[in-house]
Design a protein. Structure first.
Length: 655
């Protein structure tokens, strides 16, 4: 079934991407003038159209064969795959004038006005556009041209009801006692031959069944009301790719390939980011429908396609465009990003002080995206039209924030910055209600990346909450600041500084990274620690190398006051080993909730983008953390106690 309909209600990859060479032959695109522009490796001989008989004197036959040739060379194919005819090219070739001339079978010089009017009426029906609520028969007519059965278009049109393009593809019905196509049926009655086609020879039925697939490549539609279209595609459906990269990226549960889609076969040409190409994520065959539905349900919450306020709501969360199933595998379509943060850091273009506004703006946007996941609001709530009850609110957790899951999209407006960064890979993301948003058993957590995971992810009996993401985000931000101040050499130096050889008897590390050649080195941000507090809590501490690195960055000559403030916030409120209260002498320590991370970064960003008054420390414009947070949420949150302040676990403001 070709048509799109609302989603069957996804999975994303864990760990670092790996690339492998997949030798996909280059594309061959031909023109419609009967001469191939760049037929590669003899691929044209695999696209066999019926041989035209050019010696005939019939004008309509000559015109039919001319169109047949043009349709043949209008096919677009990727490598050795079958080609499709783009909708735009089909509309260009199959016109009312051409169809009228082909159908008018009067001998040359004897064409009458009456016959012309008669066939012109059929040509109008064949070439009508799909937007005017009339049937169109252009694809059926083109298929009939390819198999030398153009006159039979009358039977398709005059049938009651008419069999128009929406009935494609027709179903091949085997001859009795064989597997060879002998008849053609409709999809809703696949075992019953179409009555007016019963007289066709089996070879013509087989030819039609084969040639029709070039006409029915899907056209991918935008989401409507954040409902992403799902296409259940036949195994023979030709995807509308006009280019496909020869490298596939392999993740934990899927492969991603880079493609370009014919512009007449998608509705995403107005996207302001990227180069107009796409990423197709193909889930492994082992991925179940429930896994697919779960990831899609998460991605649909944050898709910005089809929203009027797209640029201002989910700018830093990746949008799902379309999903489809073919040959038993589920696929998801996204805009293509040429870089993630790792590749950005490895690029030769080094940041400078002129990039500070961009850098802080992107970090603020990422924090906002995380907060949107943590406290998901429905579209009606976020637009202020509905007051959502507390018990109805959904609380999410990403669980795999890392540089590889932060994609960098170039802007199409010619901006000279590094682009827009979006958080992706929601395969481990989950949403819970207010009564279950915190204290998820550690054993229930799957995946995550050891480098950026907090201690509680590996502590037996520890509980997992949304603060898991705050630790991961703090780690990424610290590496990002290192790149901003010193480029890739500083990122590499920071990784080397964090590498430690753990105590082989420490149970915690045996679960992080399996030994390689009997040697284990970890580049995570924490280490085991036996606390002084009786009854030990979480048995971990931030690595001294990490704290020393922060102190060194604070002294960096390019580390201005906004960056110093950012670094201290990471150190004091994000990279925090969470504890429970152990009496008044040992108050609980907690990480900042996402609302306050975003609020603080917004305040830092505003401090470099607003005009600074003469006495900034005392002026009334300078917003407080609580006020900015209230503005960002549209409410008045309770003040966050912060690190080292007494707070019982399970308090309602962040879980």
């Amino acid at each position: 079934m070709q048509t799109g309909h609302e989603m069957p209600k996804t999975l994303t990859d864990v760990g670092r991407w790996k690339t492998r060479e997949t030798h996909v032959p280059r594309i061959s695109i031909s023109n419609a003038d009967g001469v191939s522009d760049n037929l590669i490796d003899g691929s044209s001989d695999k696209l066999v159209a019926p041989s035209p008989s050019f010696g005939t004197t019939s004008a309509h036959t000559d015109q039919s064969h001319d169109l047949q040739t043009r349709l043949h060379f209008a096919r677009v194919s990727v490598g050795e795959k079958p080609g499709f005819i783009p909708n735009g090219k089909l509309n260009e070739l199959v016109t009312e004038d051409v169809v009228t001339e082909i159908l008018n079978r009067d001998p040359p010089g004897q064409t009458t006005d009456a016959s012309t009017r008669h066939w012109r009426s059929y040509a109008r029906k064949i070439c009508s556009t799909t937007g005017d609520d009339r049937c169109t028969f252009r694809k059926i007519f083109a298929t009939l041209v390819l198999i030398d059965k153009t006159a039979d278009i009358v039977s398709f049109i005059d049938n009651d009801p008419p069999v128009d393009d929406s009935f494609l593809p027709l179903v091949g019905i085997p001859m009795p006692g064989t597997t060879q196509t002998g008849f053609l049926g409709l999809r809703n009655t696949p075992a019953t031959p179409v009555p007016f086609l019963k007289s066709w020879p089996p070879v013509k039925c087989a030819n039609f069944e084969q040639e029709q697939w070039a006409m029915v490549a899907p056209c991918f539609e935008k989401p409507r009301d954040r409902k992403v279209k799902f296409y259940d595609l036949h195994d023979k459906t030709i995807l509308p790719w006009i280019w496909e990269d020869d490298v596939e990226r392999r993740g934990g549960f899927s492969t991603v390939k880079h493609v370009k889609i014919d512009e007449q076969h998608h509705e995403f040409g107005d996207y302001p980011l990227g180069d107009g190409t796409f990423a197709v994520k193909c889930l492994d065959e082992t991925a179940s429908e429930s896994v697919f539905r779960a990831e899609v349900a998460t991605l649909e919450r944050f898709t910005s396609e089809g929203r009027a306020d797209r640029e201002h709501t989910r700018e830093h969360l990746v949008s799902l465009l379309v999903t489809f199933r073919q040959a038993g595998r589920y696929s998801l379509l996204f805009h293509w990003a040429p870089l993630d943060l790792i590749r950005l850091w490895n690029s030769p273009k080094s940041p400078n002080d002129a990039n500070l506004t961009w850098f802080l703006g992107q970090c603020c946007g990422i924090a906002r995206g995380v907060h949107q996941i943590h406290e998901y609001q429905s579209s009606s709530e976020s637009e202020g039209t509905t007051t959502l009850r507390v018990n109805d609110r959904r609380y999410g957790r990403h669980t795999d924030i890392k540089p590889q899951n932060l994609l960098v999209f170039q802007k199409r407006d010619g901006s000279n910055d590094y682009g827009t960064i979006q958080l992706t890979d929601f395969g481990l993301c989950e949403f819970r209600g207010v009564n279950s948003r915190s204290n998820i058993p550690q054993a229930a957590l799957l995946g995550g990346t050891p480098t950026y995971s907090p201690p509680e992810a590996y502590m037996p009996g520890a509980k997992i909450s949304r603060s898991y993401d705050i630790w991961s985000l703090g780690c990424v931000f610290l590496e990002f600041i290192s790149w901003y101040l010193g480029g890739q050499p500083d990122v590499d130096a920071f990784i080397q500084a964090r590498l430690t050889a753990p105590d082989p008897d420490a149970f915690i590390h045996a679960r992080l990274i399996p030994p390689v050649d009997g040697r284990v080195e970890l580049d995570n941000f924490w280490e085991p620690h036996q606390p002084d507090i009786p009854g030990g809590i979480h048995n971990a501490r931030v690595k001294k190398q990490v704290l020393d690195w922060i102190d060194q960055r604070l002294q960096h000559p390019r580390c201005t006051e906004p960056l110093q403030r950012f670094l201290r916030f990471i150190r004091d409120h994000m990279l925090v080993i969470e504890t429970v209260t152990q009496g008044t002498d040992h108050p609980a320590t907690r990480r900042a909730p996402s609302s306050y991370v975003h609020a603080e970064l917004k305040s830092i960003y505003d401090s470099v983008t607003r005009t600074i008054p003469e006495h900034p420390r005392t002026t009334s414009w300078q917003p407080t953390l609580a006020r900015i947070s209230a503005e960002s949420q549209g409410s008045n949150p309770q003040p966050w106690p912060g690190r080292g302040r007494k707070r019982e676990l399970g308090s309602p403001d962040e879980g």
